[in-house]
Design a protein around this ligand. Structure first.
Ligand SMILES: NC(=O)c1ccc[n+]([C@@H]2O[C@H](COP(=O)([O-])OP(=O)(O)OC[C@H]3O[C@@H](n4cnc5c(N)ncnc54)[C@H](OP(=O)(O)O)[C@@H]3O)[C@@H](O)[C@H]2O)c1
Length: 172
């Protein structure tokens, strides 16, 4: 198993909603910017980070933004025949994690609900970057309960956009 740090990164509304009709229920520039900053930043400039996502999340990304730039993009599916240009495809989370070589610094699980559920109970999960959006949206997909072992809750920053407040937190 890898010795790299593995984080979930997610944005939730006040009812833990994360998605609607295989898309994001909200659009905030500051939230998108934060996601980019966290998933792109490396301490070692010669390395990059890996983003792992479920197949639905891949297709939910606007075509012009995928694969996500300057990160190793990994998509999970049980479909052994799926091929996507510029992306590595694996059929299990551990297979994806174990594919991270020396060029990868940190692994981020970026969604969606199916993959979050499995990752939250993964023994090697280091922490969870959660953006709490203080508003309610119509959602059909929800973030599972965070296991109680993640008890160290750090507020990294607070922002506001279009009259909506959000809190960027790291749970470890
Ligand atoms: N708010 C946020 O931060 C955030 C972030 C990401 C996504 N989202 C939202 O979440 C929703 C999508 O979530 P979702 O639960 O429907 O889909 P998902 O987790 O993105 O994708 C589910 C699919 O991925 C594959 N998969 C997942 N885990 C796997 C595993 N361990 N091994 C092999 N294959 C695996 C399976 O594909 P096959 O069926 O092909 O086997 C599964 O059907 C969208 O609305 C999206 O916008 C929100």
């Amino acid at each position: 198993m890898t010795n790299k740090e593995i984080y979930i990164i997610v944005a939730v509304d006040c009812k833990n909603g994360i998605g609607k009709d295989n898309a994001m229920p909200w659009h905030f520039k500051k939230e998108t910017q934060y996601f980019k900053e966290i998933t792109l930043t490396t301490k070692d400039p010669s390395k990059k980070n890996m983003v792992i996502m479920g197949k639905n999340t891949w297709y939910s990304l606007p075509e012009k933004y995928r694969p996500l730039k300057d990160r190793k993009n990994v998509v999970l599916t049980r479909d052994k025949f799926l091929q996507i240009e510029g992306v590595e495809i694996y059929t299990s989370l551990d297979e994806a994690i174990n594919s991270a070589g020396d060029d990868i610094e940190t692994i981020f699980v970026i969604g969606g609900a199916t993959l979050f559920k499995e990752s939250l109970i993964h023994e090697n999960l280091t922490g969870i970057y959660v953006t709490f959006i203080e508003n309610e949206y119509e959602c059909d997909t929800y973030f599972p309960e965070i296991p109680s072992k993640f008890s160290n809750k750090q507020l990294l920053k607070e922002e506001e956009e279009d009259g909506v407040k959000f809190k960027f937190m790291l749970w470890k």
